[in-house]
Design a protein around this ligand. Sequence first.
Ligand code: HEM
Length: 495
Amino acid sequence: MDLLHRLLYTAISAASIIYIIVKTSLSHWKRRGILHEKPKFLVGNLGGVGGKRHISTVLEQLYEKYKGQAPFIGCYAYLKPMVLVLDLELVQNVLVNHADHFKERGVFGNAPHDPLSANLLQQDGADWQRLNTVVCPAFVDENISQMLPTLERVAHTMHRSLALSADTNAIAVNNLVDCYNIDVISTLAFGVSGETLLNSDTEFRRMARSYLKDFNMFRLYFLMYFPNVARLLRYKNYEQAATDYFLKLVRQKLFEQEWSRLDKGNSFFHMFAELKRHREASKRLSDEEIAAQAFSFILMGLETCNSAMAFCLYELALQPELQQRVRVEISETLKRSENGLDKKSLKSMHLLRQCLYETLRKHTPYAFLLRNTNKDYEIPNSVFMLQTDNHLVIPIAAIHRDPALYPEPNKFSPERFTEENIKRRHPMAYIPYGAGSRYCLAQQFAEMQMLVGLATLLRDYSFSPCRETPIPLVYDNKRLVLSPKGNLILKFQRV
Ligand code: HEM
């Protein structure tokens, strides 16, 4: 047999094997007789995601098509069979009531070789348990309240930077809030006074934007199917340059803190640094673990807060009367508290808070939650059972846009979040931060950070649409966290 024939036979055999593997994987739900969305070759039900469609849109379409027919359906993330949860009772059982069956999230991490992945999001099992016990106390109410003065200081710098661009009259609000959130993170999580609002091209910002490797479908397949091999091969999620930068920054600050007699200040960084010398070995954090906790503010808290703050300003720009009511509330509250933004005054800005909640409903930053079944689970009052190692997707953005829960879901109506209206809904009808033991531990801090920034801007500036404002809004399908495509430009004016 000549070389050409051999090559031909090898290619045909390889193609047949791949075809059989793909076909077998994509018939998982059919073989089990579970209601499912018909998959497409190689992409499953994620065709077009990252290109023509956002993952949020895909999940919303599936949710709307099948809700009410079964507590869950089968679907495919590329070749991987996934369980798409549709019923709010099941959501509550998975996240809260029977969470001991669903402790793991299953996001790939490789802490020994990729130190920044030693964060709570990417850890499961005993590693998560230990880290959660050690890190959670930093996020209690008393600690985060002490960070309010720093947030106010950074917000004032944002206010000043807006005043400096007053001659331009219009600004990309997504960019403005990105600088604010970056400076908050560098100051409070890394202990380094942020300067991005004064000079937008800082190294910290560059690194905070470039830590992720470019999207690659083959890499994704590899991590989904062979996570242990990936670990063995020392696979890293994050770019080496970013890892080196953040590790060096943290080590340098830890060294300075050890030798400095200065006031240690109130910040997450200082609290994490204290854990380096904890009496109990199991509660002690290494330098790398401290860097990973600081990094989780970038990983989980940057694009989410950017998205919520920018979309909130956008929605208020489209509703000038609502914006004016918010401004009056802020001014009156600040007058009562003699211009300081303390915990009490923030709490009494009900309308601003409702606007933020409504933004997180209409433009939910994370479209879904993930859980793995760690032991078989019989769904109460049904004939269904979830097997060990099922991968669950909870489509929170789709739930937040369900017309049965939120009539006219495209309408921006903060009154959906009055106390009475919240009480009328199922507790799982609104979960932008997740729920149960793996919910977002920084929820209170994130809300304080966003409210301080928004109140500082809206008190003195009005925002309105201009020629460059994208109406209707277009999302960037390439990004996982819901973000605008291009810039969100708004006209602004001092009031
Ligand atoms: C608008 C702002 C934010 C939103 C919407 C948000 C949303 C979420 C969501 C949906 C989850 C998954 C919850 C689950 O699986 O049940 C999560 C987890 C997490 N978030 Fe946030 N987040 C925000 C801000 C932040 C900030 C500022 C931080 C800073 C540290 C942060 C840190 C984390 C961490 C560490 C986890 C993993 C918790 C665990 O598994 O134990 N998030 N967040």
